[in-house]
Design a protein around this ligand. Structure first.
Ligand code: HEM
Length: 423
């Protein structure tokens, strides 16, 4: 049987993709955001340029995926929702989530995490993650306690940032959320452990450089030991206290999984703070389901996973009948798919699309990915963020700094959460 290769981008289009898609993503930091680069990207609205370029390529080449001319690599850019679905749905069959670029970056601080694993080790670690995170239940068994943790930290945050002239800034907000993450993941004993967050952030900074930064084994070992100590028998609550009951084998590496939980949770404050910006002007409903949908919608508008990467592990056939061999890197550009013209009112804030289920039908709307590697922490993160939003919105915050995010107006495709301030 003869196979046909996908269409190829011209040299000029490849250069444009490098400048408008790759450079802004890498500059902003794939594992740890660089505030100045995020600010510049927001001022230039780089996602808007990237989306326009990809839409033009799709008009020119059709719906099929596009091979980009990268020396010594086969890189495939997805352009249609059909192919987005193929890539996400066939993960673990003819594609792997453990793409080599992801391993090069995240391997700096969580080698052994499920997202970087293949084959039976992956199955084993996925089973463990699902058990600890109670996937796919909407409410984790410890939701009651996690709700208390969020309310306590919210009260502290409100106490520190209310009164004459006081403002809620990103630094204050992120600091409070970091405490929530440590308590929810590692238990109350970790509430003040800034060192563990500091270690993780240092290594995430290295991860931004992929293989260009040397591995810092001493720091990695310190992070490992510190994390392991919270997972022991004396755990003080949090997900750590669910680890002992979860199925495991020699290959599970619970510590590596816990390190991923802490890293993954860090996207939550960004999405929640931007949602606060959208809701500060007035909110039609305050129930939990609505607020959870607001968090998801904030992530649709400004996805924190800038691109979902896959590597093919076997021949993969795409919607236009073309085929790529094993070893091809496949790129799902989140902002392009989330804001595409086929998405109704793509540039507006409409949490209702997640409540009526219409957004769930569209596989290209994937802030938490989809298919076998879908985020098993999704419900937990929506719960903690919605609980925090409810607490803060009860104090009727007003946005007093940063560009206004008008929920009814067309919203920019790139946002800088660092500059928002509330009174
Ligand atoms: C706003 C916060 C979060 C976002 C936007 C997010 C998003 C994602 C995405 C896009 C993936 C798939 C990546 C890929 O397909 O390559 C993923 C995977 C994963 N996430 Fe999350 N995540 C969040 C929070 C969390 C939290 C809090 C946890 C755990 C406590 C978690 C645990 C995981 C795990 C274990 C995987 C790997 C799944 C697998 O490989 O099978 N995530 N997440």
């Amino acid at each position: 049987m003869t196979t046909r290769a996908p269409a190829r981008a011209s040299l000029l289009d490849t250069l444009l993709l490098g400048v408008l898609v790759l450079v802004p993503a890498v500059a902003q930091g794939v594992a740890l955001r660089r505030p100045r680069a995020v600010g510049l990207a927001a001022r230039l609205d780089t996602n808007s340029w990237a989306c326009r370029l990809m839409t033009r390529l799709r008009h020119r080449h059709g719906d099929g995926p596009l091979l980009v001319r990268v020396p010594h690599r086969r890189v495939l850019l997805l352009l249609s929702p059909q192919d987005a679905r193929i890539a996400l749905e066939r993960t673990t069959r003819t594609l792997t989530a453990a793409a080599r670029d992801k391993v090069a970056a995240l391997g700096h601080f969580e080698p052994g995490a499920v997202l970087l694993s293949r084959g039976s080790a992956r199955e084993d670690r996925r089973r463990f993650n699902e058990a600890v995170l109670d996937w796919p239940r909407a409410d984790h068994r410890l939701c009651g306690r996690f709700g208390e943790v969020v309310r306590e930290e919210a009260a502290g945050l409100v106490g520190r940032t209310t009164g004459r002239g006081a403002e809620l800034t990103w630094d204050e907000f992120a600091g409070a959320y970091r405490r929530i993450v440590r308590r929810v993941v590692l238990g109350d004993a970790a509430a003040d452990d800034e060192r563990i967050t500091g270690l993780l952030n240092e290594l995430r900074g290295d991860a931004n450089w992929f293989r260009l930064h040397r591995r810092r084994r001493r720091l990695c070992a310190e992070l490992w030991v510190r994390t392991r100590d919270y997972l022991g028998d004396g755990s003080t609550g949090g997900l750590a206290s669910c680890v002992a009951d979860a199925p495991r084998t020699r290959r599970t590496l619970p510590v590596a999984q816990a390190q991923h939980w802490m890293f993954a949770f860090d996207a939550a404050p960004i999405a929640t703070y931007l949602a606060l910006g959208l809701l500060a002007g007035g909110i039609p409903r305050t129930d939990h389901d609505y607020l959870r949908a607001c968090v998801r919608e904030s992530l649709r508008l400004w996805p924190t996973t800038l691109a979902i990467l896959r590597d093919t592990t076997a021949n993969t056939t795409w919607s236009d009948g073309s085929t790529t061999p094993a070893g091809t890197t496949v790129v799902f550009h989140s902002s392009y798919f989330h804001r595409d013209a086929r998405v109704p009112r793509a540039d507006r804030f409409e949490p209702g699309r997640w409540l009526d289920g219409s957004a769930d039908l569209d596989w290209a709307l994937a802030p938490f990915s989809r298919g076998p590697a879908e985020c098993p922490g999704r419900h937990l993160v929506q719960f903690t963020s919605a609980t925090l939003l409810a607490e803060l919105l009860a104090h009727r915050p007003r946005q007093v700094g940063g560009p206004r995010l008008d929920p009814h107006g067309p919203l920019p495709r790139t946002a800088d959460h660092h500059v928002l301030r509330f009174a």
